[in-house]
Design a binder for this molecule. Structure first.
Ligand code: PMP
Length: 427
């Protein structure tokens, strides 16, 4: 049994020694001390079904034995010697990752987080195009650094600092968007921004392929195809942020952008790529990579042997355990059950997503789509009491985000839906 510090002590120390911007979930925050596949355990040994996966980060499962073995074997031999020397792990991992990419996306840069990946992608876009303006979607989250905070368009995370030339276009959100599911009208807004708000030239366009923090928002079908054409005509490159959607989570495809039938010029990844290791990557074409060669692009830990060995093991596990097909199968079961639940509970305004990337939007009025903020908060606490951990998101914090480790089963999905049903019936 766990004998370490208890929640109150940890919280007190966090308050004293960590910044006040660090936030936590739940009125009585959880002290999680152990994880095993799709389960988390608190200080008292109580088990929780984890439907949030450390914010969509744990792909294979908490402490997956194969990933752990790879990390430990490499750690015993060599943890770090910098990429100035050769090591096979980074080269092998890059080869394996490139083999998962379509088209000419064959050059890999390793970094340590999603923010760093998007920061690097933005740099590439600006250098390659020779332009400065970036286009991003409203309701997007791309990171919290000085550069990526500009791409992010959810004000919870936006500090007021100079953010460069960034244009936030109308979000092609089929549920809330002013043009419904009409991709052409949203794409026209991108063209308008270019025509009226720029010199006519842009550096690039970036979008998550299903918005994560924004509340599991799928882009109107056909949107990316039209926008990629528009952006390329204006001299820009197209970046897909796969930090949450990559590695088979959407079920139907390995990458989220494939659900829109496009091939980006740059793809950014993090989170699920490392199953919990601090790891991110940018994959691009040799042409774009070439402009980076005018200087040295260096990242001390990017692709270090331990993260490379772990990340490579993640790719192998996802293939061996057929997690993409599993996500499709369990995801459609989950979505089906949630849609049935929606018929019985008026508070469920929208059920959306793909595979194991699911959102449930709660409203007090289905027609007005009024955010059920207080009810969401109550249900969130109730689910925790029942042993189920989900995420919250959306502009008004009224969307449950269900994005579990990809080993999540149909029984787990049933447990989650039954718990939600019970909690809603008690509202
Ligand atoms: N892009 C997306 C889509 C994300 O969800 C996040 C993190 N929530 C990031 C980028 C930034 O990743 P990190 O926190 O690893 O810097």
């Amino acid at each position: 049994p766990y004998t370490g510090p208890l929640a109150d002590q940890v919280l007190e120390k966090r308050k004293r020694f960590l910044g006040p911007s660090l936030f936590y979930y739940y009125q009585k925050p959880l002290n999680i001390v152990e994880g095993k596949m799709q389960y988390l355990f608190d200080e008292s040994g109580r088990r929780y079904l984890d439907a949030f996966a450390g914010i969509v980060t744990v792909s294979c499962g908490h402490c997956h034995p194969d990933v752990l073995d790879a990390i430990m074997e490499q750690s015993k031999l060599l943890q770090h010697a910098t990429t100035i020397y050769l090591h096979h792990a980074i080269a092998d991992f890059a080869e394996a990752l490139a083999s998962k990419m379509p088209g000419n996306l064959k050059v890999v840069y390793f970094v340590n987080s999603g923010t760093e990946a998007n920061e690097l992608a933005m740099l590439m876009a600006r250098l390659y195009s020779g332009n400065l303006g970036m286009i991003a979607l409203r309701n997007a989250y791309h990171g919290g650094s000085a550069g990526t905070i500009g791409l992010t368009a959810l004000n919870t995370w936006k500090y007021s600092i100079p953010q460069g030339e960034i244009h936030h276009v109308v979000n092609p959100d089929p549920y809330h968007g002013i043009f419904g599911s009409d991709a052409s009208r949203y794409a026209k807004d991108v063209q308008d921004h270019i025509d009226f708000g720029t010199s006519g030239k842009v550096a690039g366009f970036v979008a998550e392929t299903i918005q994560g923090v924004g509340g599991a928002v799928e882009l109107a079908p056909g949107y990316l195809k039209q926008v990629y054409d528009i952006v390329r005509k204006a001299g820009g490159v197209c970046i897909a942020d796969e930090v949450q959607t990559g590695f088979g989570r959407t079920g139907s495809h390995y990458w989220g952008f494939e659900t829109q039938g496009v091939i980006p010029d740059i793809v950014t990844m993090a989170k699920g790529i490392g199953n919990g290791l601090p790891l991110g990557a940018v994959v691009t074409t040799p042409e774009i990579a070439n402009v980076m060669a005018q200087k040295i692009q260096f990242n001390t830990f990017g692709g270090n042997p331990v993260c490379s060995a772990g990340g490579h093991a993640v790719l192998r596990v996802l293939d061996k355990e057929k997690r993409q097909a599993h996500s499709a199968d369990v995801g459609s079961h989950l979505l089906g059950r949630l849609r049935a639940l929606q018929e019985r509970h008026d508070i469920i305004g929208d059920v959306r997503g793909r595979g194991l990337m699911v959102g449930i939007e709660l409203v007090t009025d289905r027609k007005e789509k009024t955010p059920a903020k207080a009810e969401t908060a109550l249900l969130f606490e109730k689910l925790r009491e029942l042993g189920v951990l989900v995420g919250k998101g959306g502009l008004n914090g009224n969307v449950f985000r269900i994005k579990p480790p990809m080993c999540f089963t149909k029984d787990d999905a049933d447990f989650l839906v039954d718990a939600l049903d019970y909690a809603m019936s008690k509202l």
